[in-house]
Ligand binder design. Structure first.
Ligand code: TYC
Length: 118
């Protein structure tokens, strides 16, 4: 017969700091913390936003030098869309907000979005 009082639990007992008595809480932790899901920020082409404004946006919000910003802008202009950078989801969302605010302020219809990558 198994003596329940002497068996060793499979998980490590953690002291229950919320209780005043001698209660024991068994907690199973995940093996690993997952890295944050990364999102790419994408700019879309349109017929009205000036090329120079897009280059400035890429320099200002995505830390591209003028040469890289111009290459990305031209890719978007020719192919319809392009990736500006890859960030954790909350930072990507902030970048989108910043671009949309700057475009609205300047009166341009520039569209920006973020989407998860594999
Ligand atoms: N197609 C625009 C023009 O000819 C330039 C442009 C490039 C607009 C990239 C948006 O995301 C964009 N003025």
């Amino acid at each position: 017969m198994v003596d329940m009082a002497t068996r060793i639990p499979k998980t490590t007992p953690l002291p229950d700091r919320t209780a005043g008595g001698d209660a024991v809480v068994l907690e199973r932790r995940p093996l690993r913390t997952q890295p944050p899901q990364m999102h790419q920020v994408v700019l879309l082409n349109d017929d009205f936003t000036p090329m120079e404004f897009v280059v400035l946006v890429l320099q200002e919000f995505f830390n591209k030098d003028r040469e890289a910003a111009t290459q990305i802008m031209l890719k978007i202009h020719l192919q319809g869309k392009g990736v500006c950078g890859v960030f954790p989801k909350d930072i990507a969302a902030t970048k989108v907000d910043q671009v949309q605010a700057a475009a609205r302020e300047a009166g341009h219809p520039l569209q920006c979005l973020h989407e998860p990558i594999e």
